[in-house]
Design a protein around this ligand. Structure first.
Ligand code: IMP
Ligand code: MG
Length: 185
């Protein structure tokens, strides 16, 4: 995919200004909730990375960060199957820690359900979820979200960490894909 993003863009769904404002609000809320407490942000690669780096700048509580990379079988398609494989595990031992999982988007919920089961088995003191985007109407597994940036409708989106076949994660806004222009490989 080497074409300019404009070839795939139907419309801008969330502007840079809207993203920055909402991320600042989430950061303030998280800072208040974890005031005086231990905090470890766990970012799910790769989609969560833009959100993490903006969010952590807005969190005033001292905190550590760590990363985990997973893949859903069926990745590359638009459907996730619930069968998740860990490509890269955390470096930090989360037992007894207050973990805040940083996600880009919750769609069916299968990926998050798997990750939270696995992390809970490691006995963190607490485990909460912050997601930038929530496609609630696509949910197949009930997962509890503690902080949500934006609820969005069932449209395939890209930018601000989210990819089209691994490209365009750098865009500073969330865009809707022109359905006829992008067929996932
Ligand atoms: P779930 O397991 O169905 O909740 O899928 C979550 C994952 O699917 C996310 O972490 C994304 O990688 C991917 N995904 C779901 N919807 C979109 C989208 O609209 N754009 C880009 N990636 C998406
Ligand atoms: Mg993806």
């Amino acid at each position: 995919m080497t074409r300019p993003y404009t070839d795939y863009l139907d419309e801008i769904l969330i502007t840079t200004e809207q993203l920055q404002k909402r991320v600042a609000e989430l950061g303030a809320q998280i800072s208040a909730d974890y005031s005086g407490q231990d905090l470890l942000l766990v970012c799910i690669l790769k989609g969560g990375v833009m959100f993490l780096t903006d969010l952590m700048r807005q969190i005033t509580v001292p905190h550590a960060i760590d990363f985990m990379a997973v893949t859903s079988y069926g990745a590359g398609t638009r459907e996730s199957t619930g069968v998740v494989r860990i490509l890269m595990d955390l470096e930090i031992d989360i037992s007894g820690r207050n973990v805040l999982l940083v996600e880009d988007i919750i769609d069916s919920g299968h990926t998050l359900d798997y990750i939270t089961r696995m992390l809970r088995a490691r006995r963190p003191a607490s485990l909460r979820i912050v997601t930038l985007l929530d496609k609630a109407e696509r949910r197949e597994v009930d997962v509890k979200l503690d902080y949500v940036g934006f609820k969005i409708s069932n449209k395939f989106v890209f930018g601000y960490g989210l990819d089209l076949d691994e490209v365009y994660r750098n865009l500073l806004f969330i865009g809707v894909v022109r359905p006829e222009a992008f067929i996932p490989s």
